[in-house]
Design a protein. Structure first.
Length: 98
């Protein structure tokens, strides 16, 4: 069985709360194990390059990595839950930047 997209969400953050968009895409195998993910905080006012992605985490291109203002760096993967927690800390720290 092929992996299926189990989450495909975009949430607009109100201008008074920091502006931008949160993007969450998650794929899982038939047993529910996350196989692919893309988490992104997009704010063109903070970062115009990388399609506005200020910070994001994904495992495209065969490795787990973090995007931060256009810089891509590999991350140590512990679990998908851990990646989601790191992403949340990152975007919350940045959401008040204008």
């Amino acid at each position: 069985m092929a992996d299926a997209k189990i989450h495909d969400e975009s949430h607009k953050i109100a201008d008074k709360r920091g502006n931008g968009t949160l993007r969450r895409e998650v794929w899982a195998d038939g047993k529910g194990k996350v196989t692919r993910y893309n988490l992104a905080y997009i704010n063109h006012n903070l970062h115009a390059a990388d399609n506005g992605r200020v910070v994001g985490y994904d495992n495209a291109h065969g490795y787990h990595h973090r995007h931060y203002f256009g810089v891509v760096e590999p991350i140590a993967f512990v679990s998908f839950d851990d990646v989601e927690e790191r992403f949340e800390r990152d975007w919350i720290a940045l959401k008040d930047c204008k």
